[in-house]
Design a protein. Structure first.
Lengths: 84, 483
């Protein structure tokens, strides 16, 4: 099978930092892609709700500018006898 | 004599012998079919089989096992009991065996950390250190529609206390959701209240990474105990030995020195990277709702050990009931029962199997008026209760808390809203409870459905309808005729 055409947009956060995650062990069955911004991943054979930016529901969309504001769990402690 | 299962394959064979395993040899797409099948089997029945898929799209020989403990017969077989054992009998068997804790583990292989001497654990057959690709090793897939990606959610995750790394008792075996973000990079959710959260905090205070081993595809007892609320210094391996009635067999993971199940299909070794947090989730959780996205720790994978053609065991969770609810039913009820029983021997049984104990039912023989309410409040101050036990229903000792028809009868006729409702404001709860506001804080409530006794004299309970004489004999006779 020829090299995959990597999608240019993440279905979830609409950013353009998409890369090939892996290809099926049996060549040509499917490819997986990953977003370098929100770490969403998907398989080329999944239904449109998981792969199409226009079909991804608003309630689950992620705005990349919100990521740095997300809750940190667990919080990072101060190093003993030093700075964090 | 209790039979311990050597590994996942041994347990699948036992399920097969008992008619509790369905094999699918036709080709199956990973999404949405595998998640849908695991959801479906719990929708259909609470006596359902495990599902074994043997032809996965895009793989030569991959296999996926789902719903392995996802029914009461499978849960009974896990305990080595007859598959028709009632839930209440399973509860008392589990509780009796837990009393044998600790049962010292059986360590196979004597190698020291860092040496390369082989031992006989089946997962030592292959080791991969370069060009690791977890997606080629295992048929990873999206479980619920809007999960962030592929997850590992039923692995025995092992870490040690960085301040006391030789201590076997504080070595932790837990189950945590793990997002597979890259071919050798994982995201993990170590909640601060859990033992792994304590280990990570200490590692980060020391300015270190936290070594971690992740064992996938195990016999069912260790993963059930890994999800059991135990004290920080109580060993899951020693509780697994108690519950299976034989020393739990472990082997040492050579890179990290973690003690992992001897019979695992796959063992991943790596480190949680200290000081790093990265977006993880959302993931469809056991509450029946997705967790939001949060910034959580990341694991770098350094080595993977595996059997030839390993089986990927995975667990469906979502709106109860699903496999998760079976795996955390009695492992949650039994510790609460044991802790309450220490203070109040009048406690007869505890059913805390609703959403990991967010709701629980306690049957008790009240000593005097107000006693049942105190027992209900005590459940909320047990270690597990601090994050759960939002709704506690207390019923009389004559009511089976596992029989919801009896519990509803008690509530409907014995509960008086003016006297039997205790609301405690703003207590701690797990932040995943979607009703908590702010996340992690909620009121809690005790519903006292026991019969009022002195000095509390109210209601009209003196003329309860008894069973006709001979009912028990007739029950036995009818049961015999039905089998």
């Amino acid at each position: 099978m020829t090299a995959p055409k990597i999608p240019d947009t993440c279905p979830r956060c609409d950013s353009h930092d998409v890369s090939l995650l892996t290809a099926s062990p049996v060549p040509g069955r499917w490819f997986m892609y990953a977003c370098g911004v929100c770490f969403y991943s998907w398989r080329s054979t999944e239904p449109g709700y998981a792969t199409d930016p226009a079909a991804y529901p608003a309630a689950f969309k992620i705005d990349p500018t919100d990521i740095p504001k997300m809750l940190v769990v667990p919080s990072i402690p101060t190093r003993r006898g030093g700075t964090p | 004599m209790i039979m311990a299962y050597a590994d996942l394959r041994d347990f699948l064979a036992a399920l097969d012998r008992n008619g509790q395993l369905l094999r699918f040899t036709d080709p199956v797409p990973l999404e949405p079919d595998l998640g849908a099948a695991a959801r479906a089997v719990s929708n259909v029945t609470d006596r359902g089989p495990a599902l074994l898929f043997e032809d996965i799209d895009g793989y030569e020989r991959a296999r996926v096992a789902l719903n392995v403990v996802g029914s009461w017969p499978n849960h009974a077989l896990m305990l080595g009991l007859d598959k028709d054992t009632s839930l209440k009998e399973q509860f008392f068997a589990f509780a009796r065996r837990a009393d044998a804790f600790p049962v010292e583990a059986e360590r196979v292989g004597t190698e020291r950390v860092g040496t390369e001497r082989a031992d006989d654990a089946p997962w030592r057959e292959h080791a991969v250190e370069t060009d690791i690709n977890l997606f080629h090793l295992l048929p990873l897939f999206r479980l619920n529609r809007y999960d962030a990606g592929s997850y590992i959610d039923k692995a025995a995750v092992v870490t040690r206390d960085p301040d006391d790394p030789e201590n076997f008792d504080t070595q932790n075996v837990g189950i945590y959701r793990i997002q597979v973000k890259g071919t050798d990079r994982l995201g993990i959710q170590p909640v601060p209240a859990h033992d792994i959260g304590i280990h990570l905090r200490k590692a980060e205070e020391r300015g270190e990474n936290l070594p971690i081993a992740i064992a996938i595809g195990n016999e069912p007892v260790i993963t059930t105990i890994a999800g059991m609320p135990l004290a920080y210094d109580e060993s899951e391996n020693e509780m697994a030995g108690a519950v299976q009635g034989a020393p739990y067999r472990i082997a040492r993971a050579p890179l990290t020195g973690m003690d992992v199940p001897w019979g695992a299909e796959v063992v991943i070794e790596g480190e949680i990277i200290g000081g790093v947090r990265e977006i993880e989730g959302p993931f469809g959780e056991f509450t029946g709702f997705y967790s939001g996205g949060r910034r959580q720790p990341v694991i770098a994978v350094h080595r993977v050990h595996h059997r030839t053609d390993p089986i990927f065991e995975h667990l469906y969770l979502g709106r109860p009931w699903a496999e998760l609810d079976y795996t955390v039913a009695l492992n949650t009820s039994v510790p609460l029962y044991r802790q309450l029983k220490q203070d109040y021997p009048e406690v007869v049984a505890v059913n805390a199997m609703y959403t990991h104990g967010l709701l629980g039912i306690i049957s008790v023989r009240p000593r005097y008026g107000g006693f049942a309410k105190a027992v209900g409040v005590r459940a909320m101050t047990t270690p597990h209760g601090l994050g759960y036990c939002k709704v506690i229903i207390v019923v009389d000792d004559t009511v089976d808390p596992f029989n919801l028809a009896q519990v509803m009868w008690s509530l409907s006729v014995k509960f008086h809203p003016a006297h039997d409702l205790v609301v405690l404001p703003d207590l701690s709860i797990l932040p995943l409870d979607p009703s908590s506001e702010p996340p992690g804080i909620s009121h809690k409530v005790v519903l006292d459905a026991t019969t009022p006794i002195a000095p509390e004299q109210r209601g009209h309970f003196s003329q309860e309808v008894d069973q006709p004489a001979g009912t028990q004999e007739w029950e036995n006779r009818i049961k015999r005729l039905l089998t």
